[in-house]
Design a binder for this molecule. Structure first.
Ligand code: HEC
Length: 134
């Protein structure tokens, strides 16, 4: 019984520690990890020449992009731009580009497809560079 109490006390304190983080940090991470997974899926689609994989990746990417503009970039205190506006504009641009990927894939324009994929990835990294102050 004593052991049980100790375990629950430990669990309780680790839960408390987790909630002491910035409120939306977990949500940002989850969204971002989903975005990364979608990008990998799209890339796999290219490598395996699987339209279904590309399409699936685009659909989930667009779904998670919607969550980007619902949070503020956290450590933007000394960044001289409006992070919220930036995130919203980026999200729209990324969304448009993502849907172009599948359109151009269906047209058989592989060159445009690769270009758009890289543009999407560049935009991911551009925001990270700002956030991480590279
Ligand atoms: C408008 C800004 C913005 C854009 C655009 C953006 N991210 Fe992020 N990303 C963040 C922030 C904020 C974090 C959390 C802070 C950090 O990791 O430096 C993050 C973190 C991440 C992480 C690390 C998550 C973790 O668990 O540590 C991955 C992976 C990631 N992003 C993938 C992507 C991908 C893929 C895209 C493009 C499809 C993308 N991001 C676009 C702001 C952005």
């Amino acid at each position: 019984m004593k052991k049980m109490l100790l375990v629950s006390a430990l669990l309780g304190s680790s839960l408390l520690m987790a909630s002491a983080e910035a409120p939306n940090t977990e949500m940002i991470k989850k969204t971002m990890q989903n975005l990364e997974r979608s990008m990998s899926k799209i890339q796999k689609g290219f490598l395996y020449n699987s339209r279904a994989r590309i399409k699936g990746g685009i659909v989930s990417l667009r779904r998670d992009l919607k969550n980007i503009d619902s949070f503020l970039i956290t450590n933007d205190a000394d960044v001289k731009f409006n992070a919220k506006v930036y995130a919203t504009t980026e999200t729209k641009a990324l969304d448009t580009m993502a849907s172009k990927i599948i359109e151009d894939f269906d047209k058989g324009d592989k060159e445009a497809v690769m270009k758009e994929f890289n543009q999407v990835l560049n935009r991911c990294v551009t925001c990270h560079a700002l956030v991480r102050k590279w």
